[in-house]
Design a protein around this ligand. Structure first.
Ligand SMILES: [Zn+2]
Length: 450
């Protein structure tokens, strides 16, 4: 057999290597397959726009030997005097990975030898993905009439696949194929009636896009408490297609949010960050809210007349009513100056920032930082709770500037960083263009909405 001749021709060190691989595969076989859920989704093109920027690659067309034969034969039959020997007709076996399967099980079910599997794994990095299969995934085995594996196909994700085939000398080769991605831009717009979330869904945005939108504007707008009926937004975003099939969302390119009469615009720059039309960054030293808006239940109840009834009348700070355990974020970079407990505040954390600003987080069920820790904006520092003198679970949040309590939602914050020079000039030109288009789309879309 071919494999045997190959093996006997292999130099001793290589045989040792193959032996090693066999031992390794035995280990792989013994290892339980990991639960697939989280990993599986992470292999899909991410919906979160900022994380996933697909490259436009040419479609790698590889017709299998047999389909070339089929296409060509009828046309050239008459002219070819001595046709080349027919390429073997392949029989395909589609084997689906079951929970607990090792690669060797799949090869066994396809009646392909373990030596063949090892020869494929010996291709190295290119076929290593075969050792990390997940339940539900499928391997396609193409066998010739002699039962020898000629081709192996594996869809790594919706865009990428692995092809293993034999070259003219019968040796395995592999190549990664990638489908071409076409990016289209689309608009969405909505006026908020009951909640930002509902408006986002009714405008056709995905959950991730709604969250992305909230984070783009999270330095200017407190989505937990400051959204009102009548607020509106428009979004220009990318959708990715492969062969006319929708495969996922690309980036949000521009967005406009009208909040209580204040209009805020954001345009994505080629650095992947968002800027205002004048080139200043959307990012600021402080987030408006220390809690994600999705946690504030009052904001999601369409039956409530006022989406802010969860708010307790302000004293020295702002109260965010949300379930116990809700993550609490540091609103800005800084250093923890207190992380302790007393009867009044319950579990509490103070953070000292630059510019003589201190932020305070009270009544936590759990503290996740210690005095002296450096924390980053958005970092979870504890969990919402009902400790200390409280009537129910909530976060009491204070924003203190030079020792004076300020309203964190309206206080003038340190100036944001801006683009400079030619970068700024080209951004402003592009931003004007995009925003003009965005506004004309908004008028059309909102006019069409009942
Ligand atoms: Zn309070």
């Amino acid at each position: 057999m071919l494999m045997q001749t190959l093996v006997s021709r292999i130099p001793i060190p290589h045989r040792l290597l193959i032996l090693g691989l066999m031992l390794l595969s035995a280990l792989v076989i013994l290892m339980p397959t990991e639960p697939s859920d989280s990993r599986q989704t992470s292999r899909e093109p991410s919906e979160l726009s900022e994380l996933y920027v697909p490259e436009l690659l040419p479609l790698n067309t590889t017709l299998s030997a047999q389909s070339v034969q089929a296409d060509v034969a009828p046309f050239f039959e008459a002219e070819i005097e001595a046709p080349e020997p027919a390429l073997p007709e392949l029989t395909w076996h589609s084997i689906t990975v079951q929970s607990g399967d090792a690669l060797s099980n799949l090869f066994r079910r396809a009646n392909v030898s373990q030596q063949t599997m090892l020869a494929i794994l010996a291709l190295g990095d290119s076929t290593r993905t075969l050792t990390r299969l997940f339940p539900g995934e499928t391997l396609e085995f193409g066998l010739d009439e002699a039962g020898q594996l000629q081709e192996l196909r594996y869809a790594i994700n919706r865009l990428e696949s692995l092809l293993v085939y034999r070259d003219d000398e019968g040796r395995f080769q592999s190549e990664q194929q990638r489908r071409a991605v076409e990016t289209r831009t689309e608009y969405a717009a909505a006026t908020i009636q009951s909640s930002f979330w509902h408006a986002g869904l009714s405008a056709g945005l995905s959950n991730n896009q709604i969250m992305a939108l909230a984070s783009i504007f999270g330095w200017d707008i407190d989505f937990a408490l400051d959204i009102r009926a009548g607020d509106s937004f428009t979004v220009l975003f990318e959708r990715n297609y492969s062969e006319d099939e929708f495969i996922g969302y690309g980036a949000i390119l521009a967005a406009q949010f009208s909040n209580q009469g204040r209009v805020i615009q954001a345009v994505r720059h080629n650095d992947g960050h968002y800027y205002k039309p004048d080139g200043t960054s959307m990012r600021q030293a402080f987030l408006r809210a220390p809690v994600e808006f999705t946690r504030i239940s009052s904001n999601f109840n369409p039956r409530r007349q006022h989406p802010v009834t969860g708010r307790v009348a302000p004293h020295n700070g702002i109260d965010y009513v949300a379930p116990v355990g809700t993550p609490i974020m540091a609103t800005g970079d800084g250093r923890v100056t207190a992380s302790t407990y007393n009867n009044l505040n319950g579990n509490y954390v103070f953070i000292q920032h630059g510019n003589n600003i201190v932020t305070k987080y009270l009544h936590l069920s759990r503290r996740q930082v210690r005095v002296g820790d450096r924390v980053r904006q958005g970092q979870v520092i504890g969990r919402l709770g009902a400790t200390g003198r409280v009537t129910g679970p909530h976060l009491h949040y204070e924003f203190v500037v030079n020792g004076v309590h300020r309203n964190p939602r309206t206080v003038q914050l340190p100036q944001a960083q801006a683009l400079t020079g030619g970068d700024k000039a080209s951004f402003i030109a592009k931003a004007n263009e995009v925003l003009t288009e965005l506004q004309s789309q908004q008028q059309q879309l909102l006019a069409a909405t009942p």
